[in-house]
Design a protein around this ligand. Structure first.
Ligand SMILES: Cc1cc2nc3c(=O)[nH]c(=O)nc-3n(C[C@H](O)[C@H](O)[C@H](O)COP(=O)(O)OP(=O)(O)OC[C@H]3O[C@@H](n4cnc5c(N)ncnc54)[C@H](O)[C@@H]3O)c2cc1C
Length: 567
């Protein structure tokens, strides 16, 4: 066991929030709560070591969250060489033909984005999760308990009593929590006990990861360094190869079929096929996983919530799974904090599902489209032939694959930043939202309620995003009327509110209104050129005083994917 992951403190008998699962989503929730001074307990059945190389692509919104938590620099600069180009290359094998290429810059050459103070990062989960855990440990009011399996819960109305099993001693313990959050992945025990079903395309294929060492692999072939080599054979794209640490550690991801028998996969054989028969390698780990596309019917019931893969699981194509889960944690974090701090309305937590479930559906469907564009196991006869016909097939396929995949791989900003909480019961609407672009690379910032509040640089070198976090933030632009009514209403209800005066005309134009009220998670709650006629009604809406109407719950109106199946 990793010494750093030893248990921290005794398990308290009671806690405001019990989190089940110490993957990235549970850790992010513990971190967000720790950062907001909310005591919580996280239980994880494993020892915290990440053995499978799952997530590599850390999305731009995730890096923005990390910036808020003070860990963005660690996530961006953990040791991956910043001059390693991230080209996507389609090849028949590293020692075979190159079919096409989507050029992508190295980390140091990515031009800053106008729309964010941050960018994408390449931070594999075996680096990312420990950064989250190390930061969580700094909060004395957060308990991280490894080797502790959640077995069941009992919702007593006023609180939840959970039964936990110490995996080392077999001893059973109970803990009483005001809220329980299941971040326990696709096999979620919490979800199963709630009886929620998952729907979508279901199982797509058997997939396999081979982590292997091959120092300076790029020196053994003529394709150069790249962020991803897609390996295409006569059976179509059958694998992708990705650098893990930019030095000697790599991951080969092999696509099987629905009926592939895992016992028939020989990792060494597949590696030789992908990187060339004469290239030396050492297999570090071989793992089997199932590619799925599913979203849960419900995200919450009573005092119990679900987040991350426990409620949405998608093909990793486009790198959206964990990034979507972190959005769940951030949405839930400030709402649980508001309840703990005593200013939430009785229905604030009910807004979690109608805000996050549509995002889960959106991201799962986009990941599915990415997977389909990829051409996994769609036969390509003659692609390896050394004939004029083979040459023609390679040229045509290379062009097609490069065109089809560039949306997903060339910074799909709208996918990561453009989701909005349309129809949320705790957002004051302001007319119809602008339509989303067809091309997911195009993202336009807007202060429309429900959207992520825009980024702009402030004269002191901070981003506008740095103004948001613990409290509501009311931005006042030149010519704005008094913020007095909103400030008084917030004070009357105990809602923490900062008022920030911004004089830069460019930022004023970007924000579109003279007064813009931003929630602690950085989404716009309300905007106007004058305070609302009754500021108390507004503040009560934003803190969840009114019950959520069933039609606004997202699950009634929306379904995931075209094909239905269930898990
Ligand atoms: C090959 C691959 C590549 C991927 N690449 C990307 C990518 O580039 N970008 C991206 O955003 N996503 C990616 N993903 C998806 C990403 O890995 C998942 O979405 C993410 O790990 C989900 O995090 P989670 O915390 O919800 O669940 P998990 O990571 O599954 O963590 C759940 C945790 O709960 C614990 N647990 C389960 N049951 C119990 C219990 N009863 N008691 C206590 N603990 C329990 C488990 O031990 C586990 O640690 C990829 C996935 C795969 C398979």
């Amino acid at each position: 066991m990793n010494a750093a992951n030893s248990n921290k403190g005794d398990l308290p008998r009671e806690t405001p929030v019990l989190i089940v699962g110490g993957g990235p989503v549970g850790l992010a929730l513990a971190l967000d709560l720790g950062w907001r001074n909310v005591p919580c307990v996280l239980v994880e059945q494993g020892d915290g070591d990440v053995v499978d190389a799952k997530m590599f692509a850390t999305g731009i919104r995730t890096v923005e969250f990390c910036r808020r938590w003070g860990i963005a620099e660690k996530v961006k600069h953990w040791g991956f060489p910043d001059d390693f180009p991230f080209d996507n290359v389609f090849v028949t094998s590293l020692d075979g033909h190159e079919l096409g290429r989507i050029p992508m810059p190295a980390l140091k050459d990515i031009p800053p984005f106008d729309v964010s103070p941050e960018g994408y990062a390449h931070c594999p989960q075996f680096i990312f999760d420990p950064i989250l855990a190390e930061t969580v440990r700094k909060y004395p009011h957060v308990t991280l308990r490894y080797h502790t399996r959640f077995a069941s819960f009992r919702d007593e109305g006023g609180n939840v009593v959970a039964e936990l099993i110490d995996e080392k001693t077999g001893k059973t313990e109970t803990i009483r929590a005001q809220y329980l959050v299941g971040c326990d992945g696709i096999g979620s025990t919490v979800r199963k006990q709630l009886g929620f079903e998952m729907h979508g395309t279901g199982m797509i294929n058997h997939s396999f990861n081979v982590m292997f060492k091959a120092p300076e692999l790029w020196a053994q072939h003529d394709k150069g360094k790249a962020g991803r080599y897609v390996i295409v054979g006569e059976e179509g794209a059958w694998a992708s190869l990705t650098p893990a640490d930019g030095k000697d550690l790599w991951r080969l991801m092999i696509h099987g079929d629905l009926d592939t028998d895992p016992a028939t996969i020989d990792p060494a054989h597949e590696l030789r096929r992908a990187i060339g028969a004469d290239t030396p390698f050492e297999v570090v780990k071989f793992g089997h996983w199932i590619r799925r596309h599913l979203v849960a019917d419900r995200y919450a019931k009573g005092r119990v919530f679900l987040a991350g893969d426990a409620v949405h699981v998608m093909p990793p194509n486009g790198g959206l799974g964990m990034n979507t889960g972190l959005g769940d944690s951030v949405d839930l974090g400030w709402k649980l904090a508001a309840v703990y701090d005593g200013w939430a309305g009785p229905h604030l937590l009910e807004s979690y599902e109608p805000e996050r479930r549509p995002v889960g559906i959106r991201q799962c469907d986009e990941a599915m489209e990415n997977f389909q564009r990829y051409g996994s196991r769609k036969p390509v006869p003659h692609v390896t032939d050394e004939t004029p016909e083979g040459e023609r097939v390679r040229a045509e396929l290379g062009k097609r694959l490069s065109n089809a995949n560039s949306q997903a791989w060339e910074n799909p900003l709208n996918t990561h930043l453009g989701y909005r909480y349309e129809g949320s019961p705790i957002v004051e609407p302001d007319g119809p939202l602008p339509p989303e672009p067809e091309d997911s690379r195009l993202y336009t910032q807007t202060s429309h309620p429900g959207c992520r509040a825009p980024h702009a640089w402030l004269p002191d070198g901070r981003s506008t995003l740095d103004l948001f976090g613990r409290n509501f933030t009311l931005l006042r632009f030149p010519g704005a009327p008094t913020a007095g009514p909103i400030v008084s209403a917030a004070a009357r209800r105990g809602v923490p509110l900062d008022v920030v005066e911004l004089s830069d005309p460019k930022i004023a134009t970007l924000y579109e209104r003279k007064l813009v009220l931003v929630r602690p998670d950085g989404h716009v709650a309300w905007r106007g050129n004058a305070p609302p006629s009754d500021a108390l009604v507004l503040v009560d809406r934003l803190r969840g005083v009114s019950a959520v109407r069933p039609t606004a719950m997202g699950h009634a109106a929306e379904t995931v994917g075209a094909a239905a199946g269930s898990a």
